[in-house]
Design a protein around this ligand. Structure first.
Ligand SMILES: *Cc1c(COP(=O)(O)O)cnc(C)c1O
Length: 468
């Protein structure tokens, strides 16, 4: 049964590195632990809020508590040497400036932009690159509104972590609602725009409206769905209930659905606890009342949700609330990956066990999925073919639409954690998309949809696309 929510309002209060002493004490951490937390938080982004701290984290379970692991950077997330460097500097009372400089160096060694997000996928308009947009798949454009590049709280494993640690030159964002509208008006192949970040819902409703309203015009009839990638329903559900501009946000949602479009909140839920509070349940109900749908996604993360029971609970609760399970992701190769990573074989086992425990209504979920350079790669299963154990993989989203839904095989490897660890099965020399990856590496640039600066020549890897 869904509990009836009587939500009391709460004023948003963020806690960052500067508040670590106070919240460390509140959580019962020792002075040593607080010092360590301070040292790590120069390198990895840290931000929690009063709701996460008071309603989601179970103090008595710290440090194993999954929500604590999800939001508080840990010493083991850094290489031992890097951690020692930072800890010594903090102990010696180094200046903020020196600490940040040392941290910056460490951050750069942590693959801040996996799968070439910075230089790949960027589309052009009138010969000019649009850095706040990504157009990797024909039907879907990703948009990073510049005011939405932060979150109500930070996840320690976030693959967009480099956006939050003050490294401005690493940030990709666009200020231009107008450019977005113009780009989309020109690109009638696009049916779905996905606002992402950070979290677009940290923006004031009035700012979000400036981006969304122009897309509801007659010029954009091909745009049949608007998606918003967000963690707000989990980390700050008051965004949909008692925040000063919550009602304005819901009115904007209604405007979208009344325009005849699908509005999907791509809500990020990592643990069932994020759905159990009255505040969280009220948020989902209020979103639904606008005609919008909630679709859910999250990566499998060691120490947070690496168990079949957790995922079965998560999906069941989502379905109970009317949300639609969408993706179970594999953690990307960035940031503190070693700390959180789960081998593909293990992720698959978790997925399958959880999948078997839920009804068909929850089996809208697909996973485990890697969002990699050629596209979204689904680990479909493990099979034995002619005496060889193989991973059965499927490209469920692809740079080249003719590859979508194509199945391929990799040699089974129980330790592999990402696509790059895998080798083709049956003695093949390469995967079918490897020529594309070579081309991308050579040019340091991938063909993005709508990118007319690609030289006019025969591109065999995109054989089915008319570039000429
Ligand atoms: C996942 C993703 C999308 C959306 O893909 P869907 O399969 O439609 O959910 C779009 N662009 C990029 C770059 C993505 O990674």
């Amino acid at each position: 049964m869904i509990r009836k929510a009587r939500v009391r309002s709460r004023s948003y209060r963020a806690y960052t590195r500067k508040d670590i002493d106070r919240i460390g004490k509140h959580l019962g951490l020792s002075p040593r632990e607080i010092l360590a937390l301070r040292a790590v938080s120069f390198v990895l982004p840290f931000r929690v809020n009063n709701y996460v701290l008071e309603e989601l984290i179970r103090r008595e379970d710290v440090p194993e508590d999954p929500i604590y692991q999800l939001t508080f950077p840990q010493p083991d997330m850094l290489k031992p040497n890097d951690f020692r460097t930072m800890l010594r500097m903090v102990e010696a009372g180094a200046s903020e400036e020196a600490l940040l400089a040392a941290a910056r160096k460490i951050q750069r060694s942590m693959n801040p932009h996996p799968a070439g997000q910075m230089e790949l996928n960027v589309p052009y308009l009138d010969g000019r690159a649009l850095p706040g947009l990504q157009h990797k798949y024909r039907e879907t454009v990703l948009f990073f509104p510049s005011q939405g590049q932060t979150c109500h709280a930070y996840c320690t494993y976030c693959f967009r972590w480099a956006q939050f640690v003050g490294a401005d030159e690493l940030k990709f964002a666009s200020r231009e609602a107008e450019t977005l509208a113009r780009y989309l008006a020109k690109h009638t192949e696009v049916s779905s725009i996905l606002f992402t970040g950070g979290d677009p819902l940290v923006m004031k409703s009035s700012v979000l409206r400036r981006y969304i309203e122009p897309l509801l015009s007659g010029e954009h009839e091909h745009l049949t769905s608007i998606r918003i990638g967000t963690k707000a329903p989990a980390y700050w559900p008051y965004r949909f209930s008692t925040d000063p501009d919550a009602d304005d946000l819901l009115r904007l949602f209604e405007q979208v659905t009344r325009s005849g479009r699908n509005l999907a909140l791509m809500a990020h839920y990592s643990h069932p606890r994020e759905l159990r509070t009255p505040e969280a349940q009220s948020a989902v109900r209020r979103i639904h009342r606008t005609g919008a749908v909630v679709r859910t996604q999250a990566p499998v993360i060691r120490r947070v949700n690496d168990s079949a029971q957790t995922w079965a609970d998560l999906w069941r609760t989502q379905v109970q609330l009317g949300a639609v399970p969408y993706y179970m992701f594999v953690e990307r190769n960035t940031g503190p990956k070693e700390y959180f990573e789960v081998p593909l074989a293990r992720s698959l086992e978790i997925f399958q066990k959880a999948y078997r425990r839920v009804s068909g209504l929850a089996r809208t979920v697909r996973g485990p999925v890697m969002s990699a350079t050629p596209g979204k790669v689904l680990v479909e299963g493990i099979a034995e073919v002619k005496g060889e154990d193989v991973f059965v993989l499927k490209l469920i989203q692809s740079r080249d639409p003719v590859w979508t839904n194509r199945v391929f095989f990799a040699r089974y490897d129980p330790e592999a954690t990402w696509l790059r660890d895998l080798e083709p099965a049956f003695g093949e020399k390469e995967f079918f998309f490897d020529p594309l990856l070579r081309e991308i590496r050579k040019n340091r640039k991938a063909p993005a949809w709508g990118d007319r600066t690609v030289p006019r020549r025969k591109i065999t890897i995109f054989g089915h696309v008319e570039w000429e």
